[in-house]
Design a protein around this ligand. Structure first.
Ligand SMILES: O=C(O)CCC(=O)C(=O)O
Length: 310
């Protein structure tokens, strides 16, 4: 239980359960593996481990063609951030929002009560939809599986990616923020990148994403922590602040320092898809049945969508 508490503040892709020590031997082994990868902070050793994982995946599932990084891939390598422009049209974003209206979400660090966008409790700063809503919401699964986006992830990670999280998160303007949820941080998942796509218009007052370019190249700290805004400004300046109309998308290397800024005036809805080389050891995956008619790659989506429905 103590272990679970340490991770509960992190973005979890909505109702993804965390592995707990009290569970099975397999769960304990996964947790052990998670801490082993966390304890390796050297970039050189982490890189070598990634290359070994790529070689193993190639042996198990077949080798793939690697391409030279260009465009988004090159920006991601250099800065840890790659702008992708408009990924969804205003009409597609409006359709997604209309579909989500009336559907349940749950506040992060709230009392666990479900509510809809018309009934948000005053204390809720950030709230997540269940993963089934992210999967079934119009346009989003197709977007997460777009061949050009999968190609960037494949090139960056070195092998066909696995979607290890798919979440839809509202952030609401509130008089105070929660530094544990909304503060600058690095993610702990090995060999992963995130695609973020705004489903609402985002300006400086509606919770833009902030990314500190180049920090994905730092040696990973042993202890993951939150960074105060003043510390980030003092060391790195203001960083990249991503604003744009609904539909704007970008990739980030989540080893770099980033945060979703707390909105001051308007709420923000964002889709977050994580692509990883391997399943994340800290999560207990429960793929959801899929009722739509989209055909998706079973390998890429195996942690998201239950096999019978693929
Ligand atoms: O909401 C955001 O812009 C950032 C989300 C985030 O920090 C994360 O997914 O790790």
């Amino acid at each position: 239980m103590a272990v679970r508490r340490r991770f509960v503040h992190r973005f979890a892709g909505v109702h993804v359960k965390y592995v707990t020590v009290g569970a099975s031997r397999n769960a304990r082994l996964k947790l052990f593996g998670y801490y082993v990868q966390r304890a390796v902070t050297s970039r050189r050793i982490r890189h070598a481990a990634t290359r070994a994982a790529v070689a193993l995946l190639g042996t198990l599932h077949g080798r793939i063609e690697r391409r030279q990084p260009a465009g988004a891939g090159a920006a991601l390598r250099a800065q840890g951030y790659a702008p992708l422009g408009s990924l969804l049209s205003p009409a597609q974003c409006a359709e997604a929002l209309a579909w989500l209206r009336g559907r349940d979400m749950v506040a992060v660090r709230g009392d666990g009560r479900a509510f809809s966008i018309d009934d948000v409790p005053p204390g809720a700063r950030v709230a997540d939809f269940p993963v089934g809503s992210a999967v079934h919401c119009p346009h989003l699964l197709a977007l997460a599986n777009r061949p050009d986006l999968l190609a960037v992830a494949t090139d960056y990670l070195g092998y066909t990616p696995t979607i290890t999280l798919m979440g839809l998160r509202w952030s609401f303007p509130r008089p105070t923020s929660d530094a544990d949820v909304q503060g600058f941080h690095r993610d702990s998942d090995a060999a992963s990148i995130k695609l973020l796509v705004y489903l609402t218009d985002v300006d400086a007052d509606s919770g833009p994403h902030s990314y500190v370019a180049g920090t994905h190249l730092d040696r990973m700290p042993l202890r993951l922590r939150r960074y105060a805004d003043q510390e980030i400004v003092r060391k790195h300046g203001t960083g990249i602040v991503v604003t744009g109309p609904a539909g704007t998308g970008f990739f980030i290397d989540t080893r770099g320092i980033h945060k979703g800024t707390p909105p001051t005036r308007r709420a923000r809805l964002v889709l977050i898809v994580q692509y990883s080389l391997l399943p994340c050891l800290i999560y207990d995956y429960a793929p959801v049945p899929y009722h739509g008619d989209l055909r998706v790659d079973p390998y890429v989506n195996r942690l998201l969508i239950a096999p019978a429905a693929r």
